[in-house]
Design a binder for this molecule. Structure first.
Ligand SMILES: C[S@@+](CC[C@H](N)C(=O)[O-])C[C@H]1O[C@@H](n2cnc3c(N)ncnc32)[C@H](O)[C@@H]1O
Length: 257
């Protein structure tokens, strides 16, 4: 019985990975926004050490690689994503300084004070914003930077439907000043924060999924997991379109004190 459960579980994981591998990014963002966030960071040289945590297939990492010198390690839990990450690095001919490694953000493979920059787009929620900021800090040199995107409320109050959705999905979502205060309390100078624009969600994340969903449903016709996955993705996209003035992702950039 437990073996059956395990194989079903693994099958689910494989399905989810296959779906998200078919799109360029696994979360909202854009090349322009990655470059903008990078513009606040001033300590990098060709010897710098950078980590991209929860890198997925490396959509944003390859943008980093094009815009900065130094060594970038991408870390993600899923081997399928890391395989694609390393293929993308080779395509860009940066494989000598950009490499993807399978690993967990809860147990990072770095030395204390090894890193100049920690990057993480749409992924810190997996460990939690405050916990991630606190636990990852030891890997940064003094004066090193952290740049993360995090789901945040734009208003003090919002409609019940979207409030309930996020309360269930990620109760740590909060208004921007509270997130910045947490960054300060965690031992960083909050250097900058900005709301990522709507096209990061639409043009770069939800729109490419429309075609991918059709193909995926066609391939897995009658498969309950596949159908539920797509229903959830479509529901999320609809919620975003309905409630986008109440929430979004915010880039938070901090400098270790
Ligand atoms: C929403 S996706 C964002 C991916 C990518 N940064 C982007 O913006 O396209 C979140 C990523 O975090 C990864 N992830 C989830 N839990 C993780 C963990 N404990 N350790 C490392 N990566 C994790 C997922 O596999 C996924 O690739």
């Amino acid at each position: 019985m437990s073996n059956d459960n395990k194989s079903i579980h693994e099958f689910d994981f494989n399905l989810i990975c296959e779906y998200f591998s078919s799109i360029e990014r696994q979360g909202p963002g854009s090349p322009e926004v990655t470059v903008k966030a990078l513009s606040f960071i001033d300590n990098l040289t060709d010897g710098s050490r950078i980590a991209d945590i929860g890198c997925g297939t490396g959509g944003q990492t390859m943008v980093l690689a094009k815009n900065i010198k130094g060594y970038i390690t991408g870390i993600d839990l899923f081997p399928t994503f890391i395989d694609l990450f390393n293929i993308n690095a080779r395509k860009l001919n940066v494989q000598d300084r950009v490499s993807g490694v399978v690993g967990s953000m809860e147990n990072l493979p770095f030395q204390n004070e090894e890193l100049d920059l920690i990057w993480s787009e749409g992924a810190i929620y997996n460990i939690g914003f405050e916990r991630g900021l606190m636990e990852w800090k030891k890997f940064l040199k003094k004066g090193g930077y952290i740049a993360v995107t995090e789901a945040s409320w734009f208003t003090d109050e919002r409609p019940t439907e979207i409030n309930a959705f996020w309360h269930d999905a990620y109760p740590e979502i909060d208004i921007i000043p509270n997130k910045i205060a947490k960054m300060q309390k965690s031992g960083y100078i909050p250097v900058a924060s900005f709301i990522i624009p709507e096209d990061c969600w639409t043009k770069h994340f939800y729109n490419p999924q429309v075609e991918a969903q059709k193909k995926f449903l066609n391939k897995y016709k009658g498969n309950q997991t596949a159908e539920e996955l797509i229903t959830n993705q479509r529901h999320e996209a609809q919620l975003y379109s309905k409630y986008k003035e109440y929430y979004g992702y915010v880039f938070y950039i901090g400098k270790k004190i």
